[in-house]
Ligand binder design. Structure first.
Ligand SMILES: *Cc1c(COP(=O)(O)O)cnc(C)c1O
Length: 419
């Protein structure tokens, strides 16, 4: 056992005792204290978009740290936050009008849920029910766990979780079941909001559904006045092939949650955007109607400066061309995996490629994921299968050679682990 007092997230310390120490990052690569180079095949838990240490983002952080580090954001404002909000509104689907800052994906989602409930209360309607998809993941706080799928991850906390209307995941060919369940819930008139991860359920196992289905779910919500909360914490900033996944279904959600890629993945920051109607419902001379939420580091200036640099990169650089190149390399990689006949359900959306290991136990706690992860790490590739779902989600700077090597290592590692 190590003598470190550090308690790591989603880690069983009884099974994992050795943690490589990372001392540097560059582009798509990490480097350990021992000098091993590791390819970051999961973009450091889905946050790194362009690359590790993009020079423009690092420069913005450095410059901002020279001027203003942190300041309370209630009653005061600052240019990095104002600039972040302006640049975001230029980039997101038209119709969103206000930007609320927080500091993680979970808080962005909590804020979205609170905005939705505050909206209905302030306009004098008693709608409090929340709907979410089966297999959803929206974060690890008590509120976001409530919206997320129930399972081994949250069983100990079950008594604290609030009841949510669970809508079946739209399996290909079975979408009508989803639409019917959604419509039946909406028709009750009690539903405040439907929250969903557009096009891909990430932590639920990289489960894909198509844009027409997303569009129809949104249409049903709109028909009953149910607020649509798009949790684009993972899908935002190019992951699905467009800047935001909702674009592919051609609609603007009432509430949009963003985090991971907002600063290019360099530093924590999150936002919840909403329509003018939701802001207006809180606008009053009555202090009891204000939006009751804050966190100490709301709109931290250094994090906002990193976001502004990221949004400028999106404006000025051909980011989506890079995303397209990654998508093509991923497609080749999947073809190589298919040829091994060791995988099934091979699928891709934008820069995300995923497949199930054949004959594997699909439970999150199965041990193939641990063994495969270790075998890959020895080969200098960081991947972290979800149960028996293997996925590759690299930073956008990964080269064809990088990705070809990753897939060759996967074949090799699966041979080793399968033996
Ligand atoms: C990661 C994730 C979250 C939670 O974000 P944190 O920053 O880890 O709190 C919420 N929703 C989705 C879809 C995510 O992928």
């Amino acid at each position: 056992m190590t003598s470190s007092p550090v308690w790591h997230p989603f880690t069983q310390h009884g099974l994992e005792q050795q943690f490589p120490e990372i001392v540097r990052s560059e582009g798509a690569w990490l480097e350990t204290r021992d000098g091993q180079r590791i390819f970051d095949g999961i973009s450091s838990w889905w946050v790194i978009t362009h690359r590790h240490r993009h020079p423009k983002i690092i420069e913005a952080i450095r410059n901002q740290a020279e001027r203003l580090d942190q300041v309370i954001f209630a009653g005061l404002t600052h240019e990095p936050a104002e600039a972040t909000a302006r640049a975001l509104l230029d980039m997101v689907p038209a119709g969103l009008a206000h930007v609320f800052f927080s500091d993680s994906g979970s808080t962005a989602v909590e804020v979205g849920l609170k905005m939705a409930l505050g909206y209905w209360r302030n306009i004098g309607q008693s709608r409090t029910r929340v709907l979410a998809l089966e297999h959803a993941y929206h974060g690890d706080t008590v509120g976001t766990m409530s919206a997320g799928a129930r399972g081994v991850f949250n069983a100990p906390y079950e008594p604290l979780l609030f009841d949510v209307g669970r809508i079946p995941f739209p399996l290909a060919g079975r979408q009508q079941d989803t639409f019917d369940a959604l419509e039946a819930e909406c028709r009750t008139g009690a539903v405040a909001a439907f929250i969903c991860e557009p096009l891909v359920l990430g932590a639920g196992g990289m489960l894909l559904y198509d844009a027409a289905t997303l569009q129809e779910m949104q249409r049903i919500c709109a028909a009953y006045g149910v607020l649509f909360i798009a949790d684009e914490v993972m899908t935002g900033f190019g992951r699905t092939g467009t800047a935001f996944a909702c674009e592919q279904a051609g609609f603007t959600p009432d509430i949009l949650c963003l985090a991971k890629g907002l600063t290019g993945g360099s530093i924590p920051l999150a936002v919840t955007l909403c329509t003018s109607a939701i802001f207006q419902a809180h606008l009053s001379e009555d202090r009891a109607r204000m939006f009751f939420h804050s966190s100490s580091f709301t709109a931290n200036p250094i994090a906002c400066a990193a976001a502004v640099a990221n949004l400028t990169i999106w404006r000025d650089e051909p980011v989506l061309d890079r995303v397209k190149k990654i998508a093509e390399a991923q497609e080749r990689g999947l073809a190589a995996l298919e040829a091994t006949e060791r995988f099934e359900n091979l699928r891709r959306l934008g820069t995300i490629a995923a497949a199930e290991i054949k004959g594997g136990d699909s439970g999150y706690l199965n041990d193939i994921s641990l063994r495969l992860r270790a075998a890959l790490l020895r080969r200098g590739v960081l991947l972290r299968p979800l149960g028996n779902t293997l996925y590759v989600m690299p930073p956008y700077c990964a080269t064809d050679d990088d990705l070809d090597a990753v897939y060759a290592h996967i074949e090799d590692a699966i041979d080793e682990v399968g033996r």
